[in-house]
Write a protein of this length. Structure first.
Length: 326
């Protein structure tokens, strides 16, 4: 195991200590133990059965959970349909998401087992965790008891979901609005170790960075040349996809951080992590550590994120169908 520098050790220890705080609101481990004792087992078994046959689905489901929590909290408002295309799922950041039907199938199984008991918000939180575990990633605690929201707003999604073209200051502001800090930004960005991105999410870095048909000087020239030659062959390409973590985009590991230090982060928001000294120190710590260190801190920040502005008690509702308000 590679050695971690002193700064990295202190950051990790501080986060572990911070994670021991009490659970927010009325969430608790085993919330369904009496009302639907098989709930978490049903979810876990379904994920373990199907994700190995579709491992690329783990990343969009994790992203779905992230995007949901950043808008109105973790209340499954992202899953709601809209007849006028004004719901969260209609916003540009969510138009490439996949896995809605996967969540719906699990919801159907739970409705047969115990009607009206398990929320879509809890299902999404649990499925995101179980999908990551199934592809060999970390596990984390998911206290349950979330209630589902009844409002889904396209404009709020555009405003609240961190964009791939954000700089470091904008990212810190975006995360701060949700009670997340610099370390959470570094740890949660590690989710980009899996999954793909379409060229139009970062093409300006390759072809028109400042509006003068130039290339972003912060990107590794060799990496940029390969992207232009083999993947994103024009500024207008909006269909081709690129691996977020070249060579290991299906493996949950710390290669993402190693690529950042080589200036091979795909998004502006990825590259932004090494423009701040403190964030870069965190990136360097994770790049030079074992995967287990990354797993530990990622899990801690996920536990923090999945409790953002949750609805509990009499708030919201338990939807019968995740895409529809009761």
């Amino acid at each position: 195991m590679k050695q971690i520098n002193a700064c990295g050790v202190l950051l990790v220890v501080w986060f572990i200590f911070g994670s021991l705080s009490s659970v927010q609101g009325d969430l608790k481990m085993g919330f369904y133990d009496e009302s639907c004792p098989q709930a978490e087992k049903i979810i876990s078994e379904y994920v373990k059965k199907h994700i190995p046959h579709a491992p690329m689905l783990a990343a969009p489901i994790l992203r779905m959970h992230f995007h949901d929590c950043f808008v109105r909290g973790c209340d499954a408002s992202l899953l709601l349909n809209s007849s006028s295309q004004q719901a969260e799922k209609d916003a540009i950041p969510n138009q490439t998401l996949r896995g809605f039907d996967f969540i719906d199938r699990i919801k159907s199984l739970l409705e047969k087992e115990c009607p009206g008991i398990v929320s879509c918000a809890d299902i999404l939180s649990l499925v995101a965790r179980d999908a990551v575990v199934t592809i060999g990633g970390p596990t984390w605690k998911v206290p349950t008891g979330r209630r589902d929201g009844t409002v889904s707003n396209k404009t709020e999604a555009l405003q609240d979901i961190p964009a791939p073209n954000m700089n470091f200051s904008q990212l810190i502001t975006s995360f701060g609005k949700k009670g997340l800090d610099l370390n959470d930004l570094v740890w949660l960005s590690g989710a980009h170790t899996i999954g793909i991105a379409h060229c139009n999410a970062f093409n300006k870095r390759l072809y028109n960075f400042t509006g003068k048909f130039d290339q972003d000087p912060s990107i590794d020239p060799f990496y940029a040349a390969n992207l232009k030659k083999y993947k994103c062959k024009s500024l207008s390409d909006n269909t081709t996809f690129v691996e977020m973590d070249p060579g290991s985009f299906l493996t949950f590991d710390n290669e993402y951080y190693k690529n950042l230090l080589k200036r091979r982060g795909l998004f502006t928001s990825d590259a932004a992590l090494i423009t701040n000294a403190t964030a870069k120190a965190g990136v360097t710590t994770l790049a030079n550590s074992s995967d287990s260190v990354f797993f530990t801190v990622f899990a801690i920040s996920m536990e923090k994120m999945n409790q953002i502005e949750v609805k509990t008690g009499n708030e919201g509702e338990i939807r019968k169908h995740c895409a529809l308000v009761n």
